[in-house]
Structures are given as structure tokens and as C-alpha cells.
Write a protein that binds this ligand. Structure first.
Ligand code: FAD
Ligand SMILES: C=Cc1c2[nH]c(c1C)Cc1[nH]c(c(CCC(=O)O)c1C)Cc1[nH]c(c(C)c1CCC(=O)O)Cc1[nH]c(c(C)c1C=C)C2
Length: 479
């Protein structure tokens, strides 16, 4: 017997891959809340034709992890429900940052890199020169913060405006705390190896030319694009979602699993986890079950509580991965075209010292009939600084509306809104994260604990990453 803890997207994906690996092995998925999907939550207003997404709304189609998600979508028969946004759509081209009192379009072409574009005071290619001239870091580093790496190599402006905003828009995190390996592992390793990022890129390009080895020879079977991934490439998708909201994806996964006999139990809490030799005992709602293996897709800090008694050392590392709170406020105005500028939305760099992280222009990305729909995101690494520990919904809404008025000049009240306070929703891959995850997995292996870990706490925070994390870790399980 096997069980999966958590029915967020990673737990459900783990179920999908487990069923494929061992079709005759019975298993149950236990979910603590009364719904499936975890942070993926779409509230559909059929009457007025719009969707409020409380969590993720778009998925990236490029790269091996992305191809894996597209393959899953095809396997679930959802290919025709995909809603794609091509790279030349305004929602893909226009990403903005609010800085120095106005919205600034980020460069999306080579031309933009050659000119001086506000809020930057020099053309962006200057940053490449800076890296070439900066030389090697004085001491070899194992890890450092994203901010410190980018400031050292490319300068303070790039660190303050480009990288700090990008991190807000991916993990609601502080670039001064997040590990450079979270998004720039390759660049960091190039610097450590070659003494510079651009220098490393140039040297490697030369070496590759000498070897004349076609890249395609090196691809693993998993990264070979299949049907939908080929279509995404041919149609030049920038991002995509699913009609009716992203929640369709976990819903279809769950329906598919249930149709094949998998039991998904919601509203249940497992009380105790006891590891024995080659088995694990799970106590759920007063009943004990002996399992050969367990897949945990729940957040690391929650798992920590359950292993604390038997494995305090493991619990300490698990609970050392920090998480932040994000407030997501959806706003709907029953009037189209309230926005003066089309685009995906804007981010606010922390140096601006404003209480919002950014705003997504949902109705520019997706067809929302005659509505303007926006999502304001607030908090993250700065949640307590701005909102204390227990802010009221009214206060959060007023802060969001004040900033929408100030930045987007929308003065009217929304026709409908939803305030979602998502506690501990995004793990922070702070400096040392890679070593922490290695320590966790080494401990599990050395103590032969029959548990497999997947989900956002370990191998990446995007939807693609957590689905791939589920697949990779389930495929590694003993038969
Ligand atoms: C505001 C926001 C915006 C985002 N935007 C994007 C985006 O645009 N694109 C993108 O790719 N990604 C985005 N993400 C990230 C993505 O949504 C998450 O990484 C992903 O949904 C995490 O899935 P998961 O299954 O690992 O974890 P979760 O969704 O946290 O699922 C874990 C499940 O385990 C359950 N659980 C917890 N404890 C127990 C227990 N003791 N017993 C049983 N069950 C338990 C929980 O209730 C939950 O259902 C965003 C995330 C947030 C919060
Ligand atoms: C302001 C808060 C957040 C916004 N989105 C997220 C948060 C926390 C979460 C999120 N967004 C993206 C990912 C990663 C997906 C992946 O890599 O698989 C996550 C976890 C995608 C993303 N969104 C923005 C950027 C620059 C990225 C990186 C990938 C890409 O280029 O698509 C921009 C962006 N995010 C938010 C806003 C307001 C925004 C504005 C331009 C909100």
C-alpha cells in the first residue's frame, strides 16, 4: 500500500505518475482541506464571463519542465482547452515596472537593450561591459543572494529595478535573501568557473563551436517536445492558461484518478506518522494504516511537525525553509478598457517602498467579455512590515484600491472583488536552499525512510516545477 499526502497539483500529479508506474498498486490521496488543487483556485463568474484566480493564472510553455506539463495536459485530454498567448501579444510584450513615479515598459527587444530606457539611467548593454571588466570574485563562493551577485556583476540599478522586481513577481521574495541558484545557477557557476558571466558565455560558445556537437544529441527523452509542446513552439506561445481557469487542471487530474479507482479523501487530517523498518504507519482519523511507501507533497514546515518526534534532526531542516504570506485581491469592473496601457501587468521594485508587489491585468491577458479585471498582489517578504500580523480584509482592500487609483488612475469602486489572504503560500529559496534540500534527501536515504518528497518546498516553485518534481521523485521510488 502507498499513500500520497496533499491534493495540490503536485500530489495529484504524483498520483498520475504513480498510477502509470504501478497500475495495480492501490493508493489513497489524503487532503486536509475540503477541496483539491491547493493554491490553484479559480472562482468562475459564469453570469458576467470572468474568472478570479486566487493563485497562479499562467504557465510557462518553454523548457523541459514546461514540455512535461504540456504532455500531462495532453494525457488528460485538455489540449483543446488551452488558452495561449503568443509572444507578440501585448500581454506578452508589455511587462512594466512602477518606479520613479510612473509605469515603465521593460525592454522586449534588442533595440530596447541598446537605448537608455527609464527607470535605468544607462543602456542595459552597459551592464554586460561592467561584468566583463569586473573580474573574478575575490573568494570562491558556494552561494550568495541574487541581489549581491547581480550588484557585483551588473550593477546596483539592475539589482534594484530588474532583478528585485522579477523576484517579487515569481516568489514574492526579497532578492537580498533569495539564493542566486534559484534563477541564475548557470550564470553564477559560469562566473565561478571563468571569472565572469559574459566571459564564460563567450568561452563556452567557442568551445561548443570547436566540438561541433549538435545540441539535439544531448537532449534527454523527457525534454523532447511532443504534440502540444511542438504546437507551443510553432505558434510561439509566451504563456498559457486553461479555459475556465487553471483549476481545471487539478480538477481533471482528480477526475481521471478517481475514474481509475484512486481514492481521494478530502477534509481529513493525518495525526501521526511513525516510521518502522521498511514501512511507515499513518494514523488518519483515528485509524492506523501500514504503508510500504509514502509520498509527501505537503509543505516542508507541515511535514516537519509529523517527523519531529522520531526524527528531530530532519524536522529542523524541513522547518528551516521559510514561507511568506501573500494577499491576492481580485477586482472586477463591469466596464471594458479602464486601463490606459495594455499589458501583462506591472511589478513594484521594493526600493520604491510601496505596500503592493504588483498588479496583473487579467482582462488584457484573457477574454473577460466586457469587464476590466485586475489582480493586486501584496505582502510577500514584506507582509508584516506593511500589514502587521492580522490585518482586516477591509484594510487590505483599501490599500489595494488606493494604489490602483494612484498608479492606474482608476477611481471608481469595483463591481465585485475578492480578498484572498494566502498564509505561508510561497516557499523562499533563501541562500543555502540547495544544501538544505540535499541534507533532507540525504537524511531520508541514509535512514532508509520510505518517504518520497515532492512539491513547491524543494525543486522549484512554478506549476511546471512542482509537476516535474512529482514525476521525477515518483519515478525514483522502489518498484
Ligand atoms: C499567489 C500565487 C501566484 C502564483 N502564480 C504562479 C504562476 O503564475 N505560475 C506558476 O507556474 N506558478 C505560480 N504559483 C506557484 C504555484 O501555484 C505553486 O507552486 C503550486 O500550486 C504548488 O503546488 P503544490 O502541490 O506543491 O502545493 P500546494 O498547492 O500547497 O498543495 C499542498 C496540498 O497539501 C495539503 N495539505 C497540507 N497539509 C496537509 C496534511 N497534513 N495532510 C493532508 N494534506 C495536507 C494542502 O491543503 C494542499 O492542498 C503561484 C503561487 C501563488 C501562491
Ligand atoms: C507579485 C506577486 C506574484 C506574481 N506572480 C507570482 C507572484 C508571487 C508567482 C509566479 N509568477 C510566475 C511564476 C513562475 C512560473 C515559472 O517559472 O514556471 C510564479 C511562481 C511567472 C512570472 N510572472 C512574472 C514573471 C517575470 C514571471 C517569470 C516567468 C515569465 O517570464 O513568465 C511577472 C509578474 N508576476 C506578477 C506580476 C504582477 C507580474 C508583472 C509583470 C505577480
Amino acid at each position: 500500500m502507498t499513500a500520497i499526502l496533499g491534493a495540490g497539483i503536485s500530489g495529484l500529479a504524483a498520483g498520475h505518475y504513480l498510477l502509470r508506474k504501478t497500475p495495480n498498486l492501490p493508493f489513497t490521496i489524503y487532503e486536509a482541506t475540503d477541496r483539491i488543487g491547493g493554491w490553484i483556485r479559480s472562482e468562475r463568474c459564469l453570469e458576467h464571463g470572468f474568472v478570479f484566480e486566487a493563485g497562479p493564472r499562467t504557465i510557462r510553455p518553454k523548457g523541459p519542465a514546461a514540455s512535461n506539463t504540456l504532455q500531462l495536459i495532453e494525457e488528460l485530454g485538455l489540449a483543446e482547452e488551452v488558452y495561449s498567448i503568443s509572444s507578440n501579444h501585448t500581454a506578452a510584450r508589455n511587462r512594466m515596472i512602477y518606479a520613479k513615479g510612473k509605469l515603465n515598459l521593460l525592454p522586449n527587444s534588442l533595440g530596447g537593450v541598446l537605448k537608455t530606457v527609464p527607470p535605468f539611467t544607462k543602456p542595459l548593454y552597459f551592464a554586460a561591459f561592467r561584468d566583463l571588466l569586473a573580474g573574478r570574485s575575490e573568494t570562491a563562493l558556494n552561494d550568495e543572494s541574487m541581489y549581491s551577485f547581480v550588484e557585483r556583476r551588473f550593477g546596483k540599478e539592475i539589482a534594484d529595478y530588474a532583478v528585485s522586481s522579477m523576484l517579487c513577481g515569481i516568489c514574492a521574495g526579497n532578492a537580498k535573501e533569495i539564493s542566486v541558484k534559484f534563477l541564475m545557477k548557470d550564470l553564477f557557476e559560469r562566473e565561478q568557473r571563468h571569472g565572469g558571466v559574459i566571459l564564460g558565455l563567450l568561452k563556452e560558445a567557442l568551445q561548443n563551436r570547436k566540438k561541433k556537437q549538435p545540441q539535439s544529441d544531448k537532449k534527454s527523452p523527457r525534454s523532447q517536445p511532443t504534440g502540444l509542446a511542438e504546437r507551443a513552439k510553432a505558434e510561439n506561445w509566451s504563456i498559457y492558461s486553461i479555459r475556465g481557469g487553471l483549476q481545471t487542471l487539478p480538477e481533471m487530474l482528480a477526475a481521471n484518478l478517481r475514474a481509475k479507482g484512486v481514492s481521494i479523501v478530502t477534509g481529513t487530517r493525518f495525526e501521526e506518522l511513525t516510521f518502522g523498518r521498511d514501512h511507515v504507519v499513518l494514523r488518519v482519523d483515528g485509524k492506523e494504516q501500514q504503508l510500504q511507501q509514502l509520498v509527501s507533497s505537503i509543505p516542508s514546515y507541515k511535514l516537519a511537525k509529523h517527523v519531529q518526534k522520531q526524527h528531530p534532526q530532519l524536522a529542523t531542516v524541513l522547518s528551516s525553509i521559510p514561507f511568506v504570506d501573500v494577499c491576492v485581491i481580485n477586482l472586477q469592473y463591469r466596464k471594458p478598457d479602464l486601463l490606459k496601457q495594455d499589458g501583462f501587468g506591472f511589478l513594484v521594485p521594493p526600493i520604491e517602498n510601496l505596500p503592493i508587489l504588483g498588479v496583473i491585468f487579467d482582462s488584457c491577458c484573457f477574454d473577460m467579455e466586457d469587464n476590466t479585471v485586475l489582480t493586486v498582489m501584496m505582502g510577500g517578504a514584506w507582509f508584516e512590515k506593511w500589514f502587521g500580523t492580522n490585518p482586516s480584509e477591509e484594510h487590505l482592500l483599501e490599500v489595494a484600491l488606493e494604489n490602483v487609483k494612484k498608479i492606474l488612475h482608476i477611481e471608481q469602486r469595483p463591481d465585485s472583488y475578492k480578498v484572498n489572504l494566502l498564509r505561508k503560500c510561497i516557499p523562499q529559496y533563501t541562500v543555502g536552499h540547495q544544501d538544505r534540500v540535499k541534507a533532507i534527501r540525504d537524511y531520508v536515504e541514509q535512514h532508509r525512510l520510505p518517504i518520497v518528497l515532492c512539491g513547491a518546498s524543494y525543486d522549484g516553485v512554478g506549476v511546471n516545477d512542482v509537476i516535474l518534481s512529482a514525476r521525477t521523485n515518483v519515478e525514483k521510488m522502489a518498484p
